[in-house]
Design a protein around this ligand. Structure first.
Ligand SMILES: [Zn+2]
Ligand SMILES: [Zn+2]
Length: 266
């Protein structure tokens, strides 16, 4: 449980696109996007990638999953979410407005035979799909969303509790307009989780894929006066060695690459 007035973020999965595993990926981890945010007694899960399998099954209050978008790497963990095996255990699943229509159908398509043995509604747990609001409250925690920059759409999520602010900018491709929007959205934040799937060179061959670089993340951090940057959504081909080399090259204690299993308190 987070200390009073602080926000605690635990990285449950931070790999982009597809899970990976092996000795070369042990330090940063191979599960796809999922972050547990604890504040004011509330538990919020950012995305439901394969890292959701690392989430606890018991929570003090009903947990809320906020989906940035419906891409498969962000919902891959729903089928193995342990809480779904507990009869009657409730979880709210908030889907962005642009994905709301058809969200149930898309999730049912993935989680039903022949692709998966059963539908999520057939589990004992109670998963309630809701539309995400532009501004919403979860207990004393306020949540705000804005459109990001990604094929098919993806939302930027800002979480505020007391004086602390966290911004989640996954699956975000930089660009003049999009980056300016993110700078405003994250102004003064204590922590920015930023899509750094590529480095500058890797990005050149992946323009338009909907992802960014840690270098661009540092620019947003600087322009938005953000205290700390956590680079997330690592490319499935980026080894520990490569990610460590990038982190060392940046050489700043306030810029780190996310490691599965680590917890950060702001
Ligand atoms: Zn993704
Ligand atoms: Zn995506």
């Amino acid at each position: 449980m987070a200390r009073d007035k602080s926000i605690r973020i635990t990285v449950l999965g931070t790999r982009g696109s597809i899970p990976t595993c092996g000795v070369n990926y042990a330090e940063f981890g191979g599960n796809t996007s999922c972050y547990l945010v604890e504040a004011g007694g509330e538990s919020i899960l950012l995305d439901a990638g394969s890292g959701l399998a690392n989430a606890p099954s018991e929570f003090v209050r009903t947990p809320t999953i906020l989906l940035s978008h419906l891409h498969i790497d962000h919902i891959l963990g729903l089928g193995t979410y342990q809480r779904l095996s507990i009869p009657g255990a409730k979880t709210r699943l908030c889907v962005p407005a642009f994905d709301q229509q058809g969200a149930q159908e898309a999730i049912d398509r993935l989680y039903s035979p022949p692709l998966w043995p059963l539908r999520l509604g057939d589990y004992g747990g109670d998963l309630q799909i809701e539309a995400m609001q532009d501004v919403m409250r979860i207990g004393d925690v306020s949540v705000e969303t804005k459109p990001g920059s990604h094929p098919g759409g993806c939302c930027l999520i800002r979480i505020r509790y007391g004086q602390k602010t966290l911004v989640y900018a996954t699956d975000f491709e930089h660009g003049d307009e999009a980056s300016a929007r993110l700078v405003e959205f994250s102004r003064g934040a204590d922590l920015l989780l930023y899509d750094g799937q590529y480095d500058g060179m890797g990005y050149e061959t992946h323009r338009g894929f909907g992802h960014s670089t840690y270098e661009e993340g540092i620019l947003v951090m600087r322009r938005g006066n953000v205290r700390r940057l956590l680079v997330v959504h690592h490319d499935p081909h980026s080894t520990d060695q490569e990610l460590l080399a990038r982190e060392r090259a940046v050489g700043r204690p306030d810029v780190q690459f996310a490691r599965e299993g680590e917890a950060i308190e702001i």
